[in-house]
Design a protein around this ligand. Structure first.
Ligand code: UDP
Length: 487
C-alpha cells in the first residue's frame, strides 16, 4: 500500500484574510484532535505575519500529523492592496496560485493525495473538481448561514428587478421573495456587494458566483449552530448536497480542549498585530459589566471624521470603554493619522486603547458589559458565546446581514448601520448598557446557553463535526476499496 493510502489526509486552504484564516485554524485544531492527518496551506505573507504575532507554531507542534505548507498569492512581496483590492488578489491567485496548487498536489509536495480538500468557499474556483487527481471539495464558508442565504438569493433578486440598487434608492424598502427572510431584510441589510448600480459589477459577480459554487461542492461547512440559524440551515440543506453546521468553532474547540491535560497557554492568539495583554490588567480594575469593548475587526477602516464621532460618542456616553485602535484603522494606512492627542487625554479617566487585543479573553472578562462591533461573523459569535449584547456598526460584506439578525431576529443588540454620529453612538451605547439592558441580556444569555450546548457532547454542532470526521474516514475507506479491490 502506498503512503497515500495509509490513512485519511485532509488538505485545508483558507482565503488569505484573518477572518477566514482564524476559524479555519480552529477547525484544523479540532480535526487534529480527532487524529486526522492535516496539511494546512497558507499564503506566504499571511503565514509569516501570523508566525510573528501569534503562538501558531507551539499551538500545532503537539500534533505530529499536522503540518503547515505555504504558497504564493502571486503578488509582489511588498504588495499592500490586500482585501481592499479584492479583484487584484483573486485574479492573481487564479493565474498563479491555482496552477501551482495543482502542480503541488500532483507532485505530492503537499504530502499524500488528500482524501478531501477543505477549501474556503470564498475562492472555490481554486480547485477544479473534475481535474485529476479528483479530490472531493468541502467548502468552508466563514460567514453566517443567513448572509450565505442572502448571497444565494441575489441572482433571483436581480431577475425580478429588486436589484441592482437604483439611483435614489429607498434603502428601507423591504426585500421580497427571499424564503425565510420575509419582513426581515431591507435593501440596506443585503450583503454590501449588492449596493451597486450595475449588476455586472465584478465584486458582486464574484461573490455571487463563489456562493453558487460553494453550494454545489461535495459538502458545505458553516461556522454556526442549529439553535441560532436552524430555519435557514434547513433551507440550505434542501439546496446543498451536504451541510455541516459545526460552530461556534472557538467555543467548540474550547469545549473539546477542556478535557485535555496539556493545553498550550495563555491561549491561542489571533492576529496580524502584536497582542497587547495590558488591557486585561486594566479590565481587572473596572467594576463588573461596566466596560464597552470597541473593536472593528481586522479589515474595516474609517475616516478621521468617523473616528472622531465614535470617540465623542463614547466619551459622551459616560461609560468606560476599551477600544482596539489598529495601526491601520484610521485612514487605512499604517502609522499615518495616529491617535489624536485629545483622544488620549479625553479617555484617560474612563478609557483604554490598545493596538490589538486578546479579543476572546476580553469578551469573557467580567468587566465587559457591551460590544461595539462591526459584526464580522467571528466577532459576532464571540460576542454571543460570552453573553455580551452588541451595538453593531457593519461596514461591508456579510456584516450588513449579520447586524440585522443581531437586532431584529436574535434581539441581542442594536443596529447603527449606515450612521456615524456621536449622539447616536452615545444613545445606543446607553441603550445596551442601561435602557434596554434587561431585555437584551435576557436574549443574549439564552443564546449563549444554546451556543455552548450545541458544542457539548450530544449537541448539534458536536454531532455534525463527528459526522464530518466519520464521512472523511468513509471517503478514505471507499478510495482504498476502489484502489485495492478484494481479490
Ligand atoms: N480580533 C482579535 N483582537 C482584536 C480584534 C479582533 O483577536 O483586537 C479577532 C477577533 O477575535 C476575530 C477576528 O479578529 O476572531 C476578526 O474576525 P471578524 O470575522 O470578526 O472580522 P474581520 O476581521 O474578518 O472583519
Amino acid at each position: 500500500m502506498e503512503q497515500e493510502e495509509a490513512e485519511p489526509h485532509v488538505l485545508m486552504f483558507p482565503f488569505p484574510a484573518l477572518g477566514h484564516v482564524n476559524p479555519m485554524l480552529k477547525l484544523a485544531e479540532l480535526l487534529s484532535l480527532s487524529g486526522l492527518r492535516i496539511t494546512f496551506l497558507n499564503i506566504h505573507r499571511i503565514h509569516q505575519t501570523l508566525v510573528l504575532h501569534t503562538n501558531l507554531q507551539s499551538r500545532f507542534s503537539r500534533f505530529p500529523k499536522f503540518r503547515f505548507q505555504t504558497i504564493t498569492d502571486g503578488l509582489p512581496p511588498n504588495y499592500t492592496g490586500g482585501l481592499t483590492k479584492l479583484s487584484e488578489l483573486t485574479h492573481s491567485m487564479e493565474a498563479v496560485t491555482k496552477p501551482l496548487l495543482r502542480q503541488m498536489l500532483v507532485s505530492r509536495q503537499l504530502g499524500p493525495i488528500p482524501t478531501c480538500i477543505i477549501l474556503d468557499g470564498f475562492f472555490s474556483f481554486m480547485v477544479d473538481v473534475d481535474a485529476e487527481p479528483k479530490i472531493p471539495v468541502f467548502c468552508f464558508r466563514t460567514v453566517s448561514a443567513c448572509s450565505f442565504w442572502a448571497y444565494s438569493s441575489i441572482p433571483r433578486l436581480i431577475e425580478d428587478g429588486q436589484l441592482p440598487v437604483k439611483g435614489e434608492e429607498d434603502m428601507d424598502r423591504m426585500i421580497e421573495g427571499v424564503a425565510g427572510m420575509e419582513n426581515i431584510l431591507r435593501c440596506r441589510d443585503l450583503p454590501s456587494f449588492s449596493r451597486v448600480g450595475d449588476q455586472t459589477d465584478p465584486i458582486l459577480q464574484y461573490s455571487v458566483n463563489q456562493t453558487i459554487q460553494s453550494s454545489k461542492a461535495h459538502s458545505l461547512i458553516l461556522n454556526t449552530f442549529e439553535d441560532l440559524e436552524g430555519p435557514i440551515l434547513s433551507r440550505l440543506r434542501s439546496r446543498c448536497p451536504n451541510v455541516y453546521a459545526i460552530g461556534p468553532l472557538h467555543a467548540h474547540l474550547k469545549s473539546r480542549l477542556s478535557g485535555e491535560i496539556t493545553r498550550p497557554e495563555p491561549e491561542s492568539s489571533n492576529g496580524y498585530w502584536k497582542v497587547d495583554r495590558s488591557c486585561l490588567a486594566w479590565l481587572d480594575a473596572q467594576p463588573s459589566k461596566s466596560v464597552v469593548y470597541v473593536s472593528f475587526g481586522s479589515v474595516t477602516v474609517m475616516g478621521d471624521r468617523q473616528f472622531r464621532e465614535f470617540w465623542h460618542g463614547l466619551v459622551d456616553s459616560g461609560r468606560r470603554f476599551l477600544w482596539v485602535v489598529r495601526p491601520n484603522l484610521v485612514g487605512g494606512k499604517d502609522g499615518e493619522n495616529g491617535i489624536p492627542a485629545e483622544l488620549v487625554e479625553g479617555t484617560k479617566e474612563r478609557g483604554c486603547m490598545v493596538g490589538w487585543a486578546p479579543q476572546e479573553e476580553v469578551l469573557r472578562h467580567e468587566a465587559i458589559g457591551g460590544f461595539l462591533t462591526h459584526c464580522g461573523w467571528n466577532s459576532t459569535l464571540e460576542g454571543i458565546v460570552s453573553s455580551v449584547p452588541m451595538i453593531c456598526w457593519p461596514q461591508f460584506a456579510d456584516q450588513l446581514t449579520n447586524s440585522r439578525y443581531v437586532s431584529e431576529v436574535w434581539r441581542i443588540g442594536v443596529d447603527m448601520k449606515d450612521v456615524c454620529d456621536r449622539e447616536i453612538v452615545a444613545r445606543m451605547v446607553n441603550d445596551v448598557m442601561e435602557n434596554r439592558r434587561n431585555e437584551l441580556m435576557g436574549s443574549v444569555i439564552e443564546t449563549a446557553k444554546l451556543a455552548n450546548t450545541s458544542v457539548e457532547e450530544g449537541g448539534s454542532s458536536f454531532r455534525d463535526l463527528e459526522r464530518m470526521i466519520n464521512d472523511i474516514r468513509l471517503l478514505w475507506r471507499r478510495r482504498i476499496k476502489r484502489s485495492f479491490p478484494p481479490a
